[in-house]
Design a protein around this ligand. Structure first.
Ligand code: 6PG
Length: 494
């Protein structure tokens, strides 16, 4: 095939994300070859390329033809379901690839799978990247946030393409070379953990406004739209405002009220919490979002439990404003509680990234990662620019909350935060994400915690020793013996 007619890059896997990313690449002027095991997907993509401006996209039904249609060194993006399908696709395509060619896995892959595959690819002289792709269907088509990690040479091979295809923000494209190994997948995983936290916190804000404030769906739509014009401006707040305006086509009212309250999940949030535990990094806001998804899954149990507790005298409470609730004040308080809690969620995510970076020697640049999340991805938010600046001011920032700007904002909002959590508790409305975030904030900012008692308990029953605040060393005390002696001595005086 003549070089002039060869494609600049290839993409295998033409489900929603793959199709849209391929069209995005073509639209940016890079001739692309596409392949999918199911021929109809190839046909669909070819048709869309024609409809959307006769884009330079060629469809292939045979893996060999597909690979050989790509100019060398070949770069092939794979966008198939994480796990075994990736291995199968690599096995099919790599038979026709040559040393120096690159494989880029764009799925939500477990980072260790990427590291294994990179090793296997290297044995065939192939370069390998694990690239997080965030932004859903719209992002893939019009500008995702891309988080490629692995072979630097592979990144250099696709740098011209990904910097054009990614979302563009004021300080550049939302893509960067994240680091070595599975760092790209790990960063995407933490992105999803923060996403879980964000979505949980927004759902709690909605819950409090609806059940404590008595806001209607129209008022909720207006409130979130208003919030999206201020410090909470973000993709998730924007779409939330939109959701409350969509009517149910099968009945009266808004669709949101007809949706079953059972959350699905594909697993990246769980991985994030597992990794936090492995790395001894507190991530209570993200963990609360995961537990909330698990509890939402117990729909039948919850329906039965609600009946039991209702009969025992404890209902949810009124869904209109309890007496004396000032709606305007509540809306403002919830906005502040949501913002402060979000800072905790992002702080936890950043701490997790830094801990893993140290463990793996990835040298992750937290400010740069905040920058590439400013656009395209699901957690894109105006305050990510401020997170970027916080880490630029101090790359060793121990916690986002102690950046002077964010610390001031937390203090300014903490009274409202406490009012919201207290009102929710009294109304029997669970706000596990906001509670966990407030507890995280209150724990982190205290110089002395009740951990001294836990140490004493551990030393008493397990002789695990303890440290003292006034002298170095490890100490053990015969607590029970002393306590018993004290008791008998006291009795002797009675
Ligand atoms: C993104 C999203 C996406 C993820 C969905 C569903 O960044 O575009 O994070 O990758 O698959 O959010 O995730 P859950 O099913 O785990 O909620």
């Amino acid at each position: 095939m003549e070089a002039a007619t060869m494609s600049r890059i290839g993409l295998a896997g033409l489900a929603v994300m793959g199709q849209n990313l391929a069209l995005n690449v073509a639209e940016k002027g890079f001739p692309i070859s596409v392949y999918n095991r199911t021929a109809s997907r190839v046909d669909e993509t070819i048709d869309r390329a024609k409809e959307e401006g006769r884009l330079p996209l060629k469809g292939f039904y045979d893996p060999k033809d597909f690979v050989l249609s790509i100019q060398r060194p070949r770069a092939v993006i794979i966008l198939v379901k994480a796990g075994a399908p990736v291995d199968q696709t690599i096995s099919t395509l790599s038979d026709f690839m040559e040393p120096g060619d690159c494989i880029v896995d764009g799925g939500n892959e477990w980072y260790e799978n990427t590291e294994r595959r990179a090793q296997q690819a290297a044995e065939r002289g192939l370069l390998y990247l694990g690239m997080g792709v965030s932004g859903g269907e719209e992002g893939a088509r019009n500008g995702p946030s891309l988080m490629p990690g692995g072979s630097r040479a592979a990144y250099d091979c696709i740098h011209d393409v990904v910097t054009k295809v990614a979302a563009q923000v004021d300080d550049g494209p939302c893509v960067t070379y994240v680091g070595e190994g599975g760092s790209g997948n790990f960063v995407k995983m933490v992105h999803n953990g923060i996403e879980y936290g964000d979505m949980q916190l927004i759902s709690e804000a909605y819950d409090v406004l609806k059940h404590v404030g008595g806001l209607s769906n129209q008022e909720l739509a207006e409130t979130f739209a208003e919030w999206n014009r201020g410090e909470l401006e973000s993709f998730l707040i924007e779409i939330t405002a939109d959701i409350f305006t969509v009517k149910d086509e099968h009945g009266s009212g808004e669709l949101v009220d007809k949706i079953l309250d059972k959350t699905g999940m594909k697993g990246t949030g769980k991985w994030t919490v597992q990794q936090a535990a492995e790395l001894s990094i507190a991530a209570p806001t993200i963990a609360a979002s995961l537990d909330s998804r698990y509890l939402s899954g117990l729909k039948e149990e919850r329906v039965a439990a609600a009946k039991i507790f209702e009969e025992a005298g404890l209902g949810l409470g009124s869904s209109t404003s309890p007496p004396g609730v000032n709606k305007k004040q509540l809306v403002d308080d919830v906005r502040k509680a949501l913002y402060a809690s979000k800072i905790c969620s992002y702080a936890q995510g950043m701490n997790l990234l830094r801990a893993k970076s140290i463990e793996k020697g990835w040298n992750l640049n937290l400010g740069e990662l905040a920058r590439i999340w400013k656009g395209g991805c699901i957690i894109r938010a105006v305050f990510l620019d401020r997170i970027k600046k916080a880490y630029e001011r101090n790359s060793q920032l121990p916690n986002l909350m102690v950046d002077p700007d964010f610390a001031r904002e937390m203090v300014e909002r903490q009274a409202a935060w406490r009012r919201v959590v207290s009102m929710a508790i009294h109304a029997g409305i669970s706000t596990p994400g906001m509670n966990a975030s407030l507890a995280y904030f209150d724990t982190y900012r205290r110089a002395r915690l009740p951990a001294n008692l836990v140490q004493a308990q551990r030393d008493l029953f397990g002789a695990h020793t303890y440290e003292r605040i006034d002298r170095p060393g490890a100490f053990h005390t015969e607590w029970t013996k002393i306590a018993r002696h004290n008791k008998s001595a006291a009795k002797a005086f009675v």
